[in-house]
Design a protein around this ligand. Sequence first.
Ligand code: PHE
Length: 334
Amino acid sequence: MENLEKILADFEAGLKNLKSEREVFDFEKRYLGRKDGIITNLFSEIANLSIDEKRELGSKLNEIKKRIKVLLKQKKSSVSKIEIEIDEDAPEIKSGFGSFHPLTIIKKELAEVFSSMGFDIVEGFEVANDYYNFGALNFPEDHPARDMQDAYYISGSKDQLLRAHTSTMQVFTFENEIPPVRKIAMGKCFRRDETDATHEHTFWQIEGFAVDENITSGNLKFTLNEMFKKILEKEDVNVRFRPSYFPFVEPGYEVDSTCTFCGGKGCRICKNTGWIEWGGAGMIHPNVLEKQNIDSKKFRGFAFGFGIERMAMIKFGIKEIRNFHSGDLRFLGV
Ligand code: PHE
């Protein structure tokens, strides 16, 4: 009998020190486990006692077993509470759901707006030869962009290079398709620019072009206006063309939109001019069409080319272009 009291006292003392559900579970097993549990063993021991002893000890043992069970139950509910409290104090765990890369967001928006206007979307090839990158695009023989210092040539080749712009896709399309065509090419381009906060050797471009019987600069302006409305998420955007030179367009333009960030008053993004510079455009040069046996008296086309990183930098206020391909997850805010 005394022994039984001691067992209960030990149990109660031991129970106090338990801190987790796991510990309570093990403790329960030690006392009530079917195999070698302290209380379980006592039940098998009394089988050998006299009837009177059996009755006395048996009922005491049952009482203790009941008590132990009640205490265990209480302890279980209190340790699970302790565990929840610990969780509440733990540092915040971020969801880690991830997010779209800014370039992906822009490409998706571009794909949406241009497919709504009937443009096909292609990616094209990253390796081109001189003909696709320059020759067929009316670049003169001695144009500096053809220089080994400006483009990445495939080692050992004077002809094959990593495309310096997506305008290669104009040539490829005109070789393979009969106008009317409306096409968007989005893909990587490569230049041996000095890298700085706004220039990278590897960058994405979107090239767009349409060839049909009555295409004018007005169509170009409308199309670009739709694009700016989508990217800038504003309805009241205007487009402006400034004269510029690219060998494969005539006339050629630099394209600006009104600055939707300051409403034209002047801010950091538009460098206080009220206009944001986006990229190049123009009416496709008759030489480019004629080289592909497209009658330039009958067909005309527009083309434009913009850097996609630049679009993302403007839209999201990103200051450093090298972040885009750095692989640093902090850039994505993940
Ligand atoms: N390919 C030109 C560039 O990369 C951009 C451009 C495309 C200009 C189409 C006019 C027409 O600089």
